[in-house]
Ligand binder design. Structure first.
Ligand SMILES: NC(=O)c1ccc[n+]([C@@H]2O[C@H](COP(=O)([O-])OP(=O)(O)OC[C@H]3O[C@@H](n4cnc5c(N)ncnc54)[C@H](O)[C@@H]3O)[C@@H](O)[C@H]2O)c1
Ligand SMILES: CC(C)[C@H](C(=O)O)[C@@H](O)C(=O)O
Ligand SMILES: [Mg+2]
Length: 352
């Protein structure tokens, strides 16, 4: 198969981990006789520097012609406080391609169970999927502005019925092929948007009689996520709650650096990125954990190209390398061997 991938390395550790993903894809292509072509474009801070735009038109055009998009991370102190912000590029690309469904799997590798700051008995057996709404809510609601000469401020949380229905359906579909247990997370004791969200979840649940559904308030869900993570199968929630809960969930796995994500629209286009950011504190040190990025590439093979075997081969290689005690410095594997980003990437490739 021939597939054309647009890569958007971004800022900070983004370019380092993107190199890792590209090297792994090259190796998978050779092993399974596929041809993956890649074309790199600017997004985020580096795009501001080069084009004075966090998402230049040529990047959008290239993505429009791609079979899938891989993204590293954007942002950093260099651009903080500026008129143009790197993160605007990320929000704009999600909105432009209508990538409303953000799937964030939280799977714990056996060898990382002791890497989590949580007790092994708590994290053991955790395997959940956060289905985060990605193109609406507080992130996009208007108005969003300072008022009264800076004495007040407004952000707006809006959702249309259609926006809630499509993400809730995606979550039920996801739960249907997993353990059939859906937890919808909201703040219905305070927010009208959450009460409408809850109503819609209940309506749609009648179409999925074999999925058990329950509602959980976000504050309690945040607590339960780290006291009893194996309780959860699929969590569906709005944009901001999903952002926060997914970073929290990374604690279960031992590091933010190992979690991938897929952002998908209703036409089958996907953008794949790790859930972590540009980690400016460790950028350019060849220290970043490339696993979240590499597993995002594996998600791309599965979700965008239907290459299940190829995707599983990458996941298995990652698992084997971790099981052999190899780690990057963010992971706390007892008696593990510390590797650089490039060494970890090579180990994963040689396990393929
Ligand atoms: N999708 C994205 O592009 C994305 C996501 C989150 C944050 N950001 C941006 O990234 C910048 C930095 O944000 P932050 O510091 O709050 O979050 P971050 O996720 O970049 O980093 C948080 C901590 O986790 C560590 N970390 C993250 N990824 C790692 C990896 N792969 N390997 C090893 N350690 C890793 C970092 O070193 C840091 O200590 C901000 O500008 C933020 O807006 C971008
Ligand atoms: C960088 C930021 C805009 C982004 C978000 O909040 O969606 C990030 O935290 C993420 O999780 O992808
Ligand atoms: Mg986030």
């Amino acid at each position: 198969m021939e597939k054309h991938i647009v890569t958007l390395p971004g800022d900070g550790i983004g370019p380092e981990i993107m190199q890792s993903a590209e090297a792994v894809l090259k190796a998978v292509g050779e092993k399974f006789s596929h041809q993956f072509t890649t074309e790199s474009h600017a997004i985020g801070g580096n795009a501001i520097d080069q084009f004075n735009d966090p998402l230049p038109e040529q990047t959008i055009e290239a993505c429009e012609a791609a079979d899938a998009i891989l993204l590293g991370a954007v942002g950093g102190p260099k651009w903080a406080g500026g008129q143009l912000r790197p993160e605007q590029g990320l929000l704009k690309i999600r909105k432009h391609f209508n990538l409303f469904a953000n799937l964030r799997p939280v799977t714990i590798f056996n060898s990382l169970e002791s890497s989590s700051p949580l007790k092994q008995s708590i994290v053991h057996g955790s395997d959940l999927m956060i289905v985060r709404e990605l193109t609406s809510g507080l992130y996009f609601g208007q108005p969003s502005e300072r008022r009264d000469g800076g004495q007040s401020v407004v952000d707006t949380l809006t959702y249309t019925r259609g926006e809630i229905e499509r993400i809730v359906r995606k979550a039920f579909d996801t739960a249907s092929v997993r353990r059939k247990h859906l937890t919808s997370v909201d703040k219905a004791n305070v927010l009208e948007s959450s009460r409408m969200w809850r109503e819609i979840v209940n309506e749609i649940s009648t179409e999925y009689p074999d999925v058990t559904v329950e509602h959980e308030l976000v504050d309690a869900a945040a607590m339960k996520l780290i006291t009893n993570p194996s309780y959860f199968d699929v969590i569906v929630t709005e944009n901001l709650f999903g952002d926060i809960l997914s970073d929290e969930a990374s604690v279960i796995t031992g590091s933010l650096g190992v979690l991938p994500s897929a952002s998908i629209n209703d036409k089958g286009l996907g953008l794949f990125e790790p859930i972590h950011g540009s980690a400016p504190d460790i950028a350019n040190e060849n220290k970043a954990n490339p696993i979240g990025m590499i597993l995002s590439a594996a998600m791309m093979l599965r979700y965008s190209f239907g290459m299940n075997e190829e995707s599983a081969a990458i996941e298995k290689a990652v698992e084997e390398v971790l099981a052999a005690g190899y780690k990057t410095s963010d992971l706390n594997i007892e008696n593990g061997t510390n590797l650089t980003t490039t060494e970890m990437t090579e180990k994963i490739i040689s396990s393929l």
